[in-house]
Design a protein. Structure first.
Length: 107
């Protein structure tokens, strides 16, 4: 189930002619690759709070965009900025690198 902010972004993206597909809660796999990228970036990989096992990361939405340069994939993570109700679409370098890896190894 999407949050209201994720729903708003979904409908906005869906209204664009260039967006040909939207995948929600896109898993970032393989797990050992996400761990390696996190280590390179110097950030802690997410872990389950009780078991402390690494968890599979996801991005809120993966857009497939038809552009003059060809098909482009764009990972989106939509989170509230603060209690004002405003939202941001942050650039998450770990997520973007992982999606780039998935795209380069697709097919």
């Amino acid at each position: 189930m999407m949050s209201s902010i994720e729903s708003e972004h979904f409908y906005l993206a869906e209204s664009l002619n260039c967006v040909v597909d939207i995948i929600e809660q896109f898993p970032l796999l393989p797990l050992n690759y996400t761990q390696k990228v996190a280590k390179i970036l110097g950030v802690e990989h997410p872990k389950h709070p009780i078991t402390k096992e690494p968890i599979i990361m996801t991005t809120d939405q993966l857009l497939t965009i038809d552009s003059p340069q060809g098909t482009i994939y764009h990972a989106i993570s939509v989170k509230p900025e603060d209690d004002s109700g405003d939202f941001v679409v942050p650039v998450n370098p770990l997520t973007q690198l992982l999606v780039a890896y998935f795209i380069s190894n697709k097919g």
